[in-house]
Each structure stands twice: as C-alpha cells, then as structure tokens.
Design a protein around this ligand. Structure first.
Ligand code: GLA
Length: 367
C-alpha cells in the first residue's frame, strides 16, 4: 500500500450493526460455487467506533461477550492477534491490503448472536467492524464481503466461503436470499408468516470443526479435479457416479444434490409450499449426515425429534460438527417443540438445547 494510492476513510464516531445468519438450506455449497438460501437473523452485533489519535497507531476493542481488551496495531500481520480480536485484526489487515487507510481508535462491541452456535457470530463481527471502519467510503456489499472473507481465510486461518458475509450484508426483513456463488447474484425470496422458523442450538461444542471443514473442502476440490473441472458447479448432477474414490463420490453427491435441493426450496418458499420445503430440508439433513458426514449424534437427535414432534422439516444449519438445527413448523408445532424437545434431547444424555423463534431481519447497516 502506498501513501499516494491509499484512500482516507477516517470517520467521526460511528455505529454499525450486522446480523448473524441461519441457512434454510444449501450447506458447504458456497465454496463449490453452488447455491444457498439463507436468512439474516434478527440477532446481531453492534460496533461503535471512535477514531482517536491519542493512543498510537492502533485500535483497542472491548466486547460485552468477551473479557479483556483486544489491542490491534494498524500494521498487524497474520499470526499476531488470536482469539476474538483476530477477526477485528483480520479486517484491519484485509482493508489495508485492499489499499484502504484505517484510522486508529476505540471500538465497543455488543452482540446478541450466540458464539459457537453455527449462526455466524464471526461474520456478524467482521461485517459490523468493516462497516464501522469504512462508513465514509462507497464500498459495495460484494466488496465488503470479499474483504471479510479475506480476513477470515488469510488472517484467522479458516478456509470458509462467502455464505455468512453475503447473508449478513444483503439480508432484509421478511426475506430469504437465493445466492448463486458463481455469479454472486443475490435474489430476494419473500418469507411469509405461514411457517414458524425455529433455531435449536445444540449447546454442544464444535469438535474438530476447523480441521474437518478444511478436509471437506479439500475433498470437493479433489473431486472436481478428478472430473477435470475447476469446481463442482461445472458438472451435471450425476457426475459423482464417475468418481472412482468412494469418499469423493459421497462428498460430491452431497454438493450436487444439495444444489438441486436449494433451487427446489427457493421455488417452494416462493410458492408458500411448506410441506415441500420441509421435505427438502429433511433430505438435506440426511445428505449431510450420510454423504458429507458433518452432523453429530446430538444434532441428528435434535433434527429427528423436531420432526417427530411435528416440524414440516428440520436440518442441521452451518458448517457442522455441532451448532444448531433449523426447523420449519406450524405455530402449534413450534410451541410443542419449544416445550417438549429440550427434555427429550437431554433425557438422551445430551446437553439441553435452546430453542429460539427467529424471523428474517435486516442486513448490515449504519445506525
Ligand atoms: C460455515 C462457513 C460458510 C459455509 C458454511 C457451510 O458457516 O463459514 O462459508 O461454508 O459453513 O455451508
């Protein structure tokens, strides 16, 4: 970055909000350039940033959900900051790498997104931080999403796709987003009130999530290479049959069938066909359990119980190996699930889940 090309994005005190997300359907499809259908949650992270030049070239940040202060040198490099502060440091590093000047100052963070629940608390933090730091610039949602992804991939070290950041930045109240990860086109799909959306947090820690996520991504890339294409988006739905390696066949089958389910789900949602949407969610869960192997016994039990107690459909949502289940239900079933499911799951020797009713909320914005 040179002084002559850098842009000054210094701003007065600014407050930015960015939501977490829950994915209705379309898991691990983003880095395979496929499709997903998330909503922005009505839970989010708020960042208040006060530029200050009285404490050196750094940002100091405090958070209501973390102890201590994170101190980030404006010249930070990957590996220097760990823990929750790494997401902020990654944003600073990625912004400067994209030739944006980042002002020194103090940051206060509050959040209602549960951490470690598969609801993208990290993307909410990244997007709110980036919006606060670029309040006076004209960065597009797509540019912000790519900078946030770079922070997560290359500073924090998680090889994630663009699902979480696009959902947080492009969300709208009462609306889901059909995202095409090849064109990055976002198509709004209305979510009416005919079905209740429950997010059921397993309250079970992600185990080996980071290494397993990277392994799934590597398997998909190897499958695409074996098929002679750059990504699994470039082959027909049955192409997995041509793969000689059994693990790659199953991984690719999940991705290819999941893309088809997302497209069908977006039609079902648009038509208000909750029965069809529920069946697609169930099929997605089975595919994640048997082919992609990213669910856990606790998550499987929660999804199965939600169905037994009356949901139209239920599936694990997010990267996997713990986190949350999303269930679509009529309002009376939602009440029953909220009352009965936690006891049924804990009686099976699992942590007691937390059940929340959610609605699609607004995307990231300045307050
Ligand atoms: C995590 C990642 C996303 C996406 C999902 C799985 O949330 O951050 O990029 O891959 O897992 O769909």
């Amino acid at each position: 970055m040179s002084a002559t090309t850098s842009r000054d994005i210094g701003a007065p005190t600014v407050t930015a909000y960015a939501p977490g997300r829950v994915n209705l359907i379309g898991e691990h499809t983003d880095y395979n350039l496929g499709y997903a259908l998330p909503i922005a949650l009505d839970l989010g992270t708020t960042v208040t940033f006060r530029p200050a030049d009285d404490h050196g070239p750094m940002i100091s940040a405090s958070s209501d959900s973390e102890s201590g202060t994170a101190t980030i040198d404006l010249g930070t490099r990957p590996g220097e900051v760990s823990g929750w502060g790494a997401y902020i440091a990654g944003c600073v590093w990625a912004l400067r790498g994209a030739d944006y000047e980042v002002p020194a100052g103090r940051m206060e963070i509050t959040s209602t997104v549960p951490v470690g629940s598969g609801l993208s608390s990290s993307a909410a933090l990244e997007c709110a931080v980036l919006l606060a730091l670029t309040a006076e610039s004209t960065l597009s949602g797509h540019e912000l999403a790519r900078i946030a992804q770079r922070a997560e991939n290359d500073y924090v070290g998680a090889p994630t796709g663009l699902l979480d950041q696009l959902a947080s930045l492009f969300g709208r109240a009462d609306t889901a987003m059909l995202i095409d990860f090849r064109s990055l086109e976002v198509t709004q799909v209305p979510v009416d009130e005919s079905a209740t959306i429950l997010v059921i947090d397993s309250n079970s820690p992600h185990r080996h999530a980071a290494g397993e996520y990277a392994a799934r991504r590597a398997s998909c890339e190897a499958a695409a290479a074996a098929l002679g294409v750059a990504s699994l988006r470039d082959v027909d739905e049955d192409a997995w049959r041509r793969l000689p390696d059994g693990t790659q066949r199953r991984r690719a089958r999940h991705i290819l069938t999941e893309n088809a389910r997302v497209l069908a789900a977006s039609v079902a949602l648009n038509d208000g066909d909750v029965t069809a949407l529920g069946e697609l969610m169930d099929a997605s869960h089975v595919s994640m359990r048997d082919d992609f192997e990213i669910t856990t016994p606790t998550i499987d039990l929660i999804a199965e119980t939600a169905r037994l107690v009356g949901a139209y459909g239920a599936r694990m949502t997010g990267g996997g190996f713990g986190g949350s289940v999303i269930a679509l239900c009529a309002s009376d079933s939602a009440d029953r699930i909220t009352v009965e499911l936690p006891d049924i799951v804990s009686a099976g020797g699992h942590p007691t889940p937390t059940v929340r009713v959610v609605r699609p909320g607004p995307g990231a914005h300045l307050l």
